[in-house]
Design a protein around this ligand. Sequence first.
Ligand SMILES: CCCCCCCCCC/C=C\C/C=C/C(=O)SCCNC(=O)CCNC(=O)[C@H](O)C(C)(C)COP(=O)(O)OP(=O)(O)OC[C@H]1O[C@@H](n2cnc3c(N)ncnc32)[C@H](O)[C@@H]1OP(=O)(O)O
Ligand SMILES: Cc1cc2nc3c(=O)[nH]c(=O)nc-3n(C[C@H](O)[C@H](O)[C@H](O)COP(=O)(O)OP(=O)(O)OC[C@H]3O[C@@H](n4cnc5c(N)ncnc54)[C@H](O)[C@@H]3O)c2cc1C
Length: 661
Amino acid sequence: MDYLADERKKAEFDVDEMKIVWAGSRHAFEVSDRISKLVANDPGFRKDTRTMLARKELFKNTLRKAAYAWKRIHDLHLSEEEASRLRFYVDEPAYTDLHWGMFVPAIKGQGTDEQQKKWLPLAYKMQIIGCYAQTELGHGSNVQGLETTATFDPQTDEFVIHSPTLTSSKWWPGGLGKVSTHGVVYARLIINGEEHGIHGFIVQLRSLEDHLPLPGVTVGDIGMKFGNGAYNTMDNGVLRFDHVRIPRNQMLMRVSQVTRDGKYKQSDVPRQLVYGTMVYVRQTIVADASCALSRAVTIATRYSAVRRQFGSQNGGPETQVIDYKTQQNRLFPLLASAYAFKFVGEWLTWLYNDVTQRLQASDFSTLPEAHACTAGLKSLTTTATADGIEECRKLCGGHGYLCSSGLPELFAVYVPACTYEGDNTVLLLQVARFLMKTVSQLGSGKKPLGTISYMGKIEHLMQSRCTVQKAEDWLKPSQVLEAFEARAVKMAVSCAKNLSKFTNPEEGFAELSADLVEAAVAHCQLIVVSKFIDKLQQDIPGKGVKQQLEALCGIYYLYLLHKHQGDFLATSYLTPKQAALANDQLRALYTKVRPNAVALVDSFNYTDHFLGSILGCYDGNVYPKLYDAAWKDPLNDSVVPEGYHEYVRPLLKQQLHTAKL
Ligand SMILES: CCCCCCCCCC/C=C\C/C=C/C(=O)SCCNC(=O)CCNC(=O)[C@H](O)C(C)(C)COP(=O)(O)OP(=O)(O)OC[C@H]1O[C@@H](n2cnc3c(N)ncnc32)[C@H](O)[C@@H]1OP(=O)(O)O
Ligand SMILES: Cc1cc2nc3c(=O)[nH]c(=O)nc-3n(C[C@H](O)[C@H](O)[C@H](O)COP(=O)(O)OP(=O)(O)OC[C@H]3O[C@@H](n4cnc5c(N)ncnc54)[C@H](O)[C@@H]3O)c2cc1C
């Protein structure tokens, strides 16, 4: 029986067409749909007991699943696209994520043609398994502070990789702890006593015969992490080198080279390309944020439609909690954010591919913008998604706290995204540097392009005032864009003015960093809003689909406007009355979306297997499933628990003199 059938009947749009918009294309939808069902129907990919397993058992099970996934990919002759979808739907972090997601891209991006020809076929066949070994015990954010050394030995034509201090131990790389045979290891290059900064090296870590660490290599797992199951399926590792020798041709030499006679040569590509793998992964993390958020929102929306509390009239049913405006005000902006992040993720993938093509043609002009966009959007979307998952847990009341809701594990597995691939605050400071540089160049005649083109309208934006007179005026895209542009430009200019008061700019930057981070957030929010609005300019087929997306877009920007109204008011672009009208319009949009809420989450097309949540199951049959699941908990295997006779019974039977107290 479908307990959500009435909700589904209320939908005012074509859900099948919305599924295609969400997937990105009909083809992408068909692949995703087929592969998600394939995984869901295969008992080899079960994950329902994951949060109850001890670490060793959990990890062994992950190794089994990764090997089984590889076998299925081969047996079914899956394409690269299908294989990547299969790994996604298996939904279990594993060493393979780092192998495919970082090791292979690092070689592709930073290796010469010759190096790619040698290493990539081995990696593609998984005859070697790699990790990305950059972070150390003492330094993560400050990449230039890494201490591992790679000293060139001209006698033997080798690099000597060494960990000179405890803090130089590699610490965190995923897959390193127990599995990787190789790593792209980042180290400080030293030639003839002279330092040449951080470079990547392909280093073999374990024997391909017996998996033992090679001589001079000390390697292991760094221990349990936050949450049950969650990221504990990953072997994040520690690694030390004691004068380990590798051939010279294992330095990744696309950006710079070391010749046989020990000369250091820089190519005509910027040195920042050494950081290129991080740019690539940040872009994939943005594309992934909408998946994690939409998953939590699906659970919270379906459950909010099933759950009833208070408000029974004449013995009738109580109110569905989704009908409370407070619930809508917490839930619908997250639903809207999931769609917003999907579209900005699509755009960022386009930007990344565009910059990659330009780099191949030696056009480096858009690299700073690509760095700022990937860094800023990674920070914005992961912070909002991690906070959003936790909010969804609270939206499900007490039952959200049960592992069977799926939300505790989803939060635990997702929240490190705020830290890995760059701490979110550190990344926003990179965006702020980019903005300050842009503002300082405004008078120079250099026209700001792309996502900072609005800075070119600075004179207009500094003076313009909002023209909204009634709530519906907030539905005009041009009005909204101007509001967000004016806010972003004014916050950036205010920071630049304050910075100019410092004689030492670095001191000023440090002193004003909290304001700079806020200016960076305003800029990134503008990007997300503008890409959502751009999406709506496209031809979107399907009955009512565009109207629903327009409502969600409105909810996204009006919620931000309401939340940050202090910024908008302080920059005097808005009056308090106009801010209040924005809030009126926001409430009206909640009412418009309400009957479509369940259908809007159905459009994500997630299987019950992928959701892994009793509260979010498609049929909404929550209570019997929760009740049955409780009895399946291992603690209920026996009526009298282990330990009763040892620890509880003696208490009950004690004859204390204080018994009367
Ligand atoms: C099948 C596919 C599946 C895909 C799934 C893959 C998903 C895998 C996810 C798995 C989960 C976890 C894996 C996690 C991995 C990691 O965490 S790896 C380690 C990541 N580490 C970091 O992110 C460190 C953060 N720190 C930095 O990036 C830099 O150190 C920092 C930018 C903060 C500062 O660097 P400095 O060299 O000191 O730079 P600075 O002096 O500030 O700037 C100099 C100059 O360079 C520009 N810049 C900086 N970074 C970049 C870049 N990446 N690209 C381009 N340009 C860059 C900067 O703007 C400055 O420019 P300017 O013009 O001189 O001002
Ligand atoms: C689950 C997980 C997986 C990971 N996988 C990998 C991997 O595969 N390979 C790899 O190499 N690394 C990996 N990492 C490491 C990760 O990239 C780093 O932890 C991350 O870059 C943050 O660096 P940090 O730990 O040095 O934080 P820190 O920089 O020490 O941050 C601590 C605090 O200081 C603040 N801070 C730091 N610098 C500044 C500044 N300049 N201004 C203001 N505030 C500042 C930060 O905001 C933060 O609040 C992983 C980490 C995690 C948690």
